[in-house]
Design a binder for this molecule. Structure first.
Ligand code: MEV
Length: 407
């Protein structure tokens, strides 16, 4: 049985069994020995740029999907999330060695910029016809390195709806002979940079103050507690790492569900978090004039909806269909919104009751099942154990016996 807690019709477009066949897997990587499954949860209540969206999340960790959904619900009172993206411009790098007069070689390359860009525009007619292609060229002088100074050429390349690694790497390799000829140097590495800091996605949300009160916590206490928690991450790299990890819980789960390269996203996110020279929080929390909580997240998001695993994996296809996403930008806007929601879920829990409570509830359910509880018994036994703060199989068995005696 599929247990999503969602209206089945909402999931009509989504194939919940969209797994990968061994045959498909065999074409994806080498030495395929089998398949490896992870849960797909559906985050609810999200409104991104005025559009309702169900978000598939692939993740092994409990509480993440529930946390994102709950925060998306709190954000609904003000219209959810407003998100945007920059143009899908990636940076490709060419390392140029063995040059004696670096500034002169740099100038020669810059003098040939138009010609080099024109040449790069010949490589991928399909991308050009879709409005993508080379945009700009920069030449950087690396003054100090373990092998001494050298030049780095950056090719700025608009990859439209692709993640872009293939398009950029191909362009770099094909451009290299001209770069060698013009610079008089030796081209060494030719590779995409995962620090996609021209392809940023950003999301903002406002949580109405009255949405924040719960249990014994007043709305002001929760709001100020969240801002204090954020300030910790803003000031301290040890905390910022964990704070950003919480953001990535949401980001990676959607990246993974859509067959995108989550290592590329991780690498870019953490490098961007250090772009000021000191590693810090990717998000910002504060309050507006009316006292509402405001949040904002900005990070590089090089995700695609064509090519690679996104095209091959039926689960990725189903995920894109469920979200009704038709451009890479729309996908990035949803992902950055989920990241912000996830961050809020973690901060709200940490600033109030701590995160173990939610985890304990799930843990208690697992123990109840291990003790033999079925159906309604699972929640009854789990709730009792949480209340008593005594989550053990023996206790679950005792409670089960009591329940059975009553019936
Ligand atoms: C756990 O997966 C994520 C958190 O540690 C994030 C955070 O501390 O902000 C709860």
């Amino acid at each position: 049985m599929h247990h999503t807690g969602l209206d089945r019709s909402a999931l009509d477009a989504f194939n919940l069994d969209a797994g990968l066949t061994l045959e498909q897997a065999d074409h994806m990587i080498e030495n395929v020995a089998g398949l490896y499954a992870l849960p797909v949860g559906i985050a609810q209540h999200f409104i991104v740029n005025g559009r309702e969206v169900l978000v598939p999340m692939v993740i092994e960790e409990p509480s993440v999907v529930a946390g994102a959904s709950y925060m998306a619900k709190l954000a609904r009172a003000t219209g959810g999330f407003v998100a945007s993206t920059d143009a899908p411009e990636m940076i490709g790098q060419i390392q140029i060695l063995d040059i004696t007069d670096l500034p002169a070689a740099r100038q020669r390359l810059l003098n040939h910029k138009t010609e080099l860009l024109q040449e790069a525009a010949q490589f991928d007619p399909v991308l050009i016809s879709r409005g993508g292609g080379p945009r700009d060229l920069e030449v950087r002088l690396i003054e100090e390195s373990p092998i001494g100074p050298f030049l780095v050429l950056h090719l700025i390349y608009d990859v439209r709806d692709a993640m872009g690694a293939n398009a950029v790497n191909t362009a770099l390799e094909r451009l290299s002979p001209r770069v060698e000829a013009i610079s008089g140097g030796r081209v060494h590495l030719r590779i995409l940079s995962n620090l996609a800091d021209r392809r940023l996605a950003r999301a903002a949300t406002t949580i109405q103050l009255d949405q924040l009160a719960f249990g014994q916590f007043s709305a002001e206490e929760v709001r100020d507690g969240i801002i204090e928690a954020w300030a910790f991450a803003a000031a301290d790299p040890y905390r910022a790492t964990t704070h950003n990890k919480g953001i990535m819980n949401g980001v990676d789960a959607v990246v993974l569900a859509t067959g995108n390269d989550w290592r590329a996203i991780e690498a870019g996110a953490h490098a961007y978090a250090a772009h000021s020279g000191r590693y810090t929080s990717l998000s910002t929390w504060g309050k507006d004039a009316a006292g509402n909580l405001t949040g904002r997240l900005e990070m590089p998001l090089a995700v695609g909806i064509i090519g690679g695993a996104t095209r091959v994996h039926p689960g990725a296809q189903a995920a894109l269909k469920l979200m009704g996403v038709t451009t890479a930008a729309e996908l990035a806007e949803i992902i950055v919104s989920v990241g912000l929601a996830q961050n809020l879920a973690a901060l709200r829990a940490l600033a109030t009751e701590g995160i173990q409570r939610g985890h304990m509830a799930l843990h208690a359910r697992q123990i109840a099942i291990a003790a033999g509880a079925i159906g309604d018994q699972i929640d009854q036994v789990a709730d009792r154990m949480v209340q008593e703060q005594n989550i053990r199989v023996e206790r679950a068995q005792e409670i089960l016996l009591q329940l059975e005696k009553k019936n």
